[in-house]
Design a binder for this molecule. Structure first.
Ligand code: ADP
Ligand code: MG
Length: 718
């Protein structure tokens, strides 16, 4: 009794996975856990839930009445896939629903529920057996996000529990099934891990029809990959046959910029004006609305803190990220010779004319774009246009875009980065893994043979790219992992069935540190108030878990809150986390002749240099003195507070940094981290929220005293 629209039925039978429905369903019925691997676009996300639905899963009165739950690492996929599957099954959003952190369409009649992995992890707190579900699909498992890894670990246990309870005939409980879906074949961490699954789950490979894709490397790797992307796209558009272009960049700001520039060059308006100037006729207009350019919505401003906390969305669209590329990384002569062939082929084809009468239909795609605008990538472009999609890595595996023939890959992605020493999380642009580059290239071969233009050299790719991306759990500071798991009510972290387990000793040690910090309940008898079992997260720990900081720094924040000097503690914690911003005496030289090279010229110049050096030293000590006077005592912390305060009053800037002997990059990072922490405080502790004002007044004596506590705390812990 499933009714699909005719055009859906037509498109669906062409998907490789549909021919595999029988063996897939058989495996699912016979095994509690099944792994499905299939190239992006083979139909995993849209079709497997439908196979289950047609087999009765998620329908009242059937063998398996519990919901079909599908987890996604990104909100955009949860929302858009729910809409797509709802459309394919001709069911409303109350039957095929989604749930993300602040938005949901679920109802009591929901059969298929798409959600972020964060949402399912939170559900465990209230319903550990996930009794509402009969099957859970963990999608995009190859991404190996911390949430995915933890979910798979927890689910491996829940499946056993549900199985046992069902066999004992308890409370109407039915077994739960687990399906792990991956876009790559690298699933051995799940399939061959005996701690995780005692019986190895079957792995089903869905063969995808993939047309050949020709890879073209750049001769050199330029740091300004945004400009390179525009150049390459221009060349493809003006010189190569029709076919959609998919450009991979790293974030919202870049994408908006590239879209604007391409629009100005090849947008419909630009083309028709060019033609008017040349006295040619207007190009055909098929759809007036199509060239209304979607402007970034100012209301969509990024709440970094919120998003980072939820760990639901990796594409936060932060701009102004610095990125340095080592220019010497590539360029060995051999590979250059090979690469230049590819480049020249494109360069010389059809001469050097960088003009075209074909308008581009340019569509941006990133997580924070409202979903109706995201859905534009699935709509066919007007017939006389070339589709150009400018995307973050959400188009790498989460979403498939029809009609793409050319891929322009910048080779970078913005990913959550952890500093293992200070626990700070940030989003940084870094090189992708070879496996990701292959995924991106694959996007060009869906409809026919395609081309992938990599904006980096083959030497860089060969020698500098990791084979696979490293699982997030191995990149995170271990104390942070433990605190996060405890906040998910996972109490036995030491014996947890991780797909890739962290070091056992490190886990033990971090539990001890967290207990010492008050984040976990101590052993009975060691504390006067015992309300929690040993090792369980305390209220303090729960508050600490909200901050993207090393637990000892979040502990300082929470005590700062108690003494009413939060803005200052936020300031100090930010500075300590970023690292010492001061430039030290050694770095400015000693002021005598010793380090001025003998070859540096006549005596006059030497003595000038000496005098300058002495002036510099004088200024340095003056500045040190100024920033040490706060609170009438000398302390690193006050020096930090003082210089950050002064920096904000001066409105930042290179000049200030030079005069005060601090590193501009560190000062800017401190500024950003302060804003981020303040915004977490704002959304979680509205009653104590001091509000974020960059300019702080110097602290009163009382607050200075309270900060001594923080100081003491830091000394005990470091
Ligand atoms: P996988 O999960 O294996 O990567 P999907 O199930 O997401 O594959 O997609 C299967 C096919 O369905 C894709 O080739 C894509 O073209 C099509 N598709 C997915 N979502 C939409 C949509 N919103 N509109 C139109 N087609 C879609
Ligand atoms: Mg998918």
């Amino acid at each position: 009794d499933v009714k699909r629209p005719p055009e859906v039925e037509e498109a669906r039978v062409l998907l490789p996975i549909v021919t595999e429905e029988q063996p897939i369903m058989e495996a699912i019925m016979l095994n509690p856990v099944v792994i499905i691997c299939g190239e992006t676009g083979s139909g995993k996300t849209t079709q497997v839930p439908q196979f289950l639905f047609e087999a009765g899963f998620g329908s009242a009165g059937s063998e398996n009445p519990g919901m079909i739950g599908i987890t996604q690492p990104r909100r955009v996929a949860a929302v858009s896939m729910a809409a797509r599957v709802g459309h394919e099954l001709s069911l409303t959003s109350s039957r095929v629903s989604y749930q993300i952190r602040y938005d949901a369409t679920v109802s009591p009649s929901t059969s298929i529920k798409f959600m972020t992995d964060g949402v399912l992890l939170r559900e465990l707190a209230t319903d550990f057996l996930l009794t509402k579900y009969s099957v859970i699909i963990v999608d995009e498992a190859h991404e190996r996000s911390i949430n995915t890894d933890i979910l798979i670990g927890v689910l491996s246990r829940i499946i056993k529990l549900r199985e046992n309870m069902w066999q004992e005939g308890k409370e109407n409980i039915k077994p739960l099934r687990l399906i792990i879906m991956s876009a790559t074949l690298r699933v051995s961490d799940f399939a061959e891990n005996k701690t995780l699954f005692t019986t190895p789950p079957p792995v089903i490979n869905v063969a995808a029809r993939q047309h050949p894709v020709t890879i073209h490397f750049s001769r050199r790797t330029y740091p300004d990959y945004v400009t390179q992307a525009i150049k390459k796209t221009t060349k493809i558009h003006t010189r190569l046959p029709p076919g959609g272009i998919l450009i991979f960049l790293t974030g919202q700001a870049e994408i908006a910029g590239v879209c604007r520039k391409l629009e100005a060059k090849f947008g419909r308006k630009a083309i028709s004006e060019k033609q008017k100037r040349r006295g040619q006729g207007q190009p055909r207009r098929d759809n007036e609305d199509e060239d209304v350019w979607p402007q970034p919505d100012p209301k969509q401003s990024v709440n970094f803190a919120q998003a980072a906390m939820e760990a639901e969305d990796v594409d936060l669209g932060q701009d102004n990220l610095a990125f340095d590329v080592d220019g010497n990384m590539d360029g060995d002569a051999d590979s250059e010779a090979l690469e230049s062939d590819d480049e020249d082929q494109l360069d010389t084809e059809l001469g050097l004319d960088e003009d075209s009468n074909t308008p581009m239909h340019i569509v941006p795609l990133y997580s924070l774009l409202p979903s109706d605008k995201q859905m534009r990538v699935f709509q066919p472009p007007p017939p006389d246009c070339r589709l150009v999609v400018v995307s973050t890595n959400i188009a790498e595996t989460s979403l498939t875009i029809p009609g793409i023939r050319y891929v322009v890959d910048c080779g970078r992605a913005k990913e959550r980065h952890y500093d293992v020493t200070n626990g700070i999380q940030s989003f940084q642009v870094s090189w992708i893994a070879k496996a990701s580059a292959a995924q991106r290239a694959g996007r060009a071969g869906r409809t026919g043979p395609g081309h992938c233009y990599r904006l980096y050299s083959s030497a860089l790719f060969e020698h500098h790219f990791e084979k696979f991306s490293i699982p997030e759990i191995q990149r995170m500071p271990i104390e942070g992992v433990v605190l996060q798991m405890k906040s998910m009510h996972i109490d036995t972290v030491i014996n947890f069935p991780f797909p890739t387990p962290p070091d056992h000793y490190a886990l033990q040690k971090s539990e001890r540190i967290l207990t010492y910090l008050g984040a976990l309940a101590p052993a009975p008898g060691t504390s006067s108030v015992i309300t929690k079992k040993e090792g369980q997260i305390t209220d303090l720990g729960r508050a600490m878990a909200l901050f993207p900081l090393s637990p000892r720094f979040s502990r300082m924040l929470v005590s700062g809150q108690q003494h009413g000097c939060l803005p200052y503690v936020i300031c100090i914690v930010s500075a300590l986390s970023v690292g010492d911003p001061f430039i030290y005496e050694d770095a400015i030289g000693r002021g005598d002749d010793m380090d001025i090279p003998a070859s540096s010229g006549p005596d006059l110049i030497k003595s000038q240099a000496k005098e300058e050096r002495q002036q510099l030293r004088k200024a340095f000590f003056q500045s040190q003195h100024v920033h040490s006077s706060l609170g009438k005592c000398t302390s690193d912390l006050f020096k930090l507070l003082s210089v950050v305060g002064a920096y904000e009053y001066a409105g930042g800037g290179q000049k200030f940094c030079a005069e005060h002997f601090v590193r501009p990059k560190a000062m800017e990072e401190i500024h950003k981290l302060r804003a981020q922490i303040s915004s977490i405080v704002h959304s979680n502790f509205p009653t104590t929220d001091p509000g974020f004002t960059p300019k702080l007044s110097p602290p009163s004596d009382h607050q200075v005293a309270a900060k001594h506590c923080a100081d003491g705390l830091r000394l005990t812990i470091v």
